[in-house]
Design a protein around this ligand. Structure first.
Ligand SMILES: CC(C)(COP(=O)(O)OP(=O)(O)OC[C@H]1O[C@@H](n2cnc3c(N)ncnc32)[C@H](O)[C@@H]1OP(=O)(O)O)[C@@H](O)C(=O)NCCC(=O)NCCS
Length: 116
């Protein structure tokens, strides 16, 4: 949407990063079966610009489960007029989440799953 652009009229990178964070967190929450916090974003790569009017699709894939951490690879793809069937890969990243307990501190993934 136009409200998501930078001063030059392109989609603001931070908007796409926030969408990737949301997409990745859905996987992490399912694995942890509860609350997670984003601890790190590795190599967020903006492959191609996102344009106003693009339909952006995000795909999240679990890549690693640690003691308390869960890493998720997220890819963003844009569909664009005048060929809505077209697919443009616009960004890739790996985001790491930490399963946290009620006190907001790291909690072993299995333990979180057992508490909630
Ligand atoms: C997430 C948080 C609870 C982790 O607490 P912490 O004391 O730093 O945690 P630890 O050092 O014990 O690390 C916890 C896990 O994160 C991993 N981790 C920490 N820093 C990392 C990094 N830069 N990259 C990848 N993994 C990392 C550790 O390897 C560990 O994983 P493991 O248990 O699977 O081995 C704490 O850092 C925090 O609250 N951060 C803010 C989170 C937040 O608000 N995010 C949104 C920002 S708006």
């Amino acid at each position: 949407m136009p409200a998501d652009t930078n001063a030059y009229g392109d989609i603001f990178g931070g908007w796409l990063m926030s969408q990737a964070d949301i997409a990745g967190s859905t996987v992490a929450i399912q694995v942890a079966k509860g609350r997670v916090a984003t601890v790190a974003v590795k190599e967020f790569r903006f492959v191609a610009p996102v344009l106003v009017g693009d339909l952006v699709n995000l795909y999240a894939r679990l890549v690693r489960i640690g003691r308390t951490s869960i890493s998720v690879e997220v890819e963003a793809w844009a569909q664009r007029e005048p060929d809505p069937a077209s697919r443009h890969r616009v960004a890739t990243s790996v985001l790491t989440y930490v399963a946290v307990g009620p006190d907001g501190r790291p909690c072993p993934v299995a333990e979180v799953a057992a508490v909630i």
